[in-house]
Write a protein that binds this ligand. Sequence first.
Ligand code: BGC
Length: 723
Amino acid sequence: MWIISEDIFEPKSQHHKETIFTIGNGYLSTRGAFEEGYPADSRATFVHGMFDRVPIAFTELANATDWLSLIILLNGECFSLDSGTVESYDRHLDLRTGLLIRNVRWRSPSGCVATLKFERFASLEDEHLLCLRCQVEPEFDGTVEVRAGLNGNMDNEGIMHWRRVAQGQRDSIAFLHTRTRATNLDLALAMKVDSDQTPLETAFWDVENFPTLSQTFTVKRSQILSVEKFVGIATSRDTSDPVGMAVEHAGKAINWESAFEAHQQAWAQEWKRADVIIEGDDEAQIAVRFSLFQLLIAAPRHDERVNIGAKTLSGFGYRGHAFWDTEIFMLPVFTYTSPHIARNLLDYRFHTLPAARAKAKENGFEGAWFAWESADTGEEVTPTWVPDFKDKKKLARVWTGDLAIHISADVAYGTYQYWRVTGDDDWFRERGAELILDTASFFGTRAEWIEARNRYEYNDVIGPDEYHDHVNNNAYTNCLAQWNLETAFTVLDWLKVKCPEKLTDLTERLNLTEVRLEKWRKVAANMHLSVKPDGLIEQFDGFFDLKDFKPADYEPRTKSMHEIFGIEAANECQAIKQPDVLMVQYLLHDHYSGEAIRANYNYYNLRTDHTYGSSLGPSIQAIVACMMGYPEDGYEHFVRAARADLRDVRGNAGDGIHGASAGGTWQAVVFGFGGLRLNAEGWKTSPHMPKHWKRLSFKFFQHGKIQVVDIQNPSGAETGNTS
Ligand code: BGC
């Protein structure tokens, strides 16, 4: 259960499949477009950190030089799936090694037949190396010409980000050096082409922005020709000499076998830490591995100044911007299985603190208010307007950048969780504590004292359920802010005992006066939350008075309730995009009784736009259902998350992988069905697995030690002691 495959090429699903067949190595990712191209393909390579300016959305990851380009001519006829006849076709992505293979038997318009095998991988061992191989088995005697290029004429759906700096050849290695137009970031790719036969002719074509190495071979029927293209890549974010570095990495590649062997070994290490085994359910098994794979190829291993965008590095959607999707959905995967990656992601937030402080200050607050959409600098890059989904000629106002304050608490939550799970005190002392204290400062000043009601409130916000904006006292926001403030005191107490000098430093730098701390205490103690006697929490003030809504009344449908109702009408009814309240009950599960969780689940589950609302919701609902002991209900939600990209349930997988759903899929398995919880002694599981699951096994790190969980179904709980 490691292979994602297709055995037919359907042009109408090419963008979805390009996303599914994305490969990468944590430095970059490349969508699964064909080497030779196909009409209207959405080919793209995104390199972490390579942002350039763009109208409206401020900045986006610039689609980098295409390293895949490989044009094959059989007796002078150009191989392409949109001409001639495709006699057989299959494509496979091996999740174990990140190797993408495509086999095609093709008959040219004039009748030349050949079987072509394309293979590619982005080396995990050397993240500056990309490898491509094509084997051609001709069923004719004649010539095969292979043109390997570096195509710098790439755009972001019409926007050109690159200007050419230089191109040429160094020894037999061709290179292209480009620069982003506004941000002046340099990118260099260098390519070497090797083959197992001596070419009849070779040529270097110095085509502007598209250096190409062409080789022509004489071939005989059934004699396989193998051509290998090695591409080195580097940016000015890595070195002052990107061309030199790219040439060096291309030149270092000895041959396909040795490059692949090193790459495979690196992947073996990843899976050793991260793999999850599910027996009795092939779909769940492949989905959780696919989710892990997609997160692992997007995860920066050697860079603490980049984050993972909501669509990872696999598509144009959300332009490479990072959201709360990172801390709440994806980060736990890394915190538990790959703490070094989790630390890089949190370091990114640490480095963007100046921008978060500036955002708070500009809005009249203290502390750190992180950008809802964050890119290179951490400044707010949420577009203010986007085309309205009902009428693309109109614009709709996007409020999240102005009103989604919960992002600061989400960052604090991810930070604290990382610290608790890893026990990384050194990092926490140097960086993590500051993240929690300065977000607490923000919540301390953002809270409003409402004299008439004798309580603190957060008004005019937008919570995770984005079908409702400008709401007061969103439960998720209030509870997480309160948690952030309370946790700040735990942090201060810890600093006092463990590192008083750091406490003095932070007290001075963050201006943590006694008056300020007293305010935090008061806000936390008097934070408003509207709860009914049975524990049912009102999602925000007045939610229960809105028009009721039952999704079943609108079935069957293929659109979200937002699209059906329109923005204003959605605001006035109880249809929710994702269940805020259940999210809180998951994140702060110790705070709620089983009865309260059930009351909220029963209420909000019925009012959630499960299929077309947010892709972030289903995995969390799966976990909450398991917390109540309803694994079969949980499974229904889980499947929605597991299929988000593999089956393109929302029809938008072509825009890129739903990274949060991928993280949520893993969390649903581990924290939902597996019921893993850490405690002071170590950990325990309270499994609630679907009946058809026979076994669930996974690993995680706690305080630097690897822990193995292996649950047979039906089963009892397991415990582990790490002290
Ligand atoms: C969701 C947000 C999410 C964003 C990026 C939106 O549709 O409502 O919660 O952060 O997508 O995935």
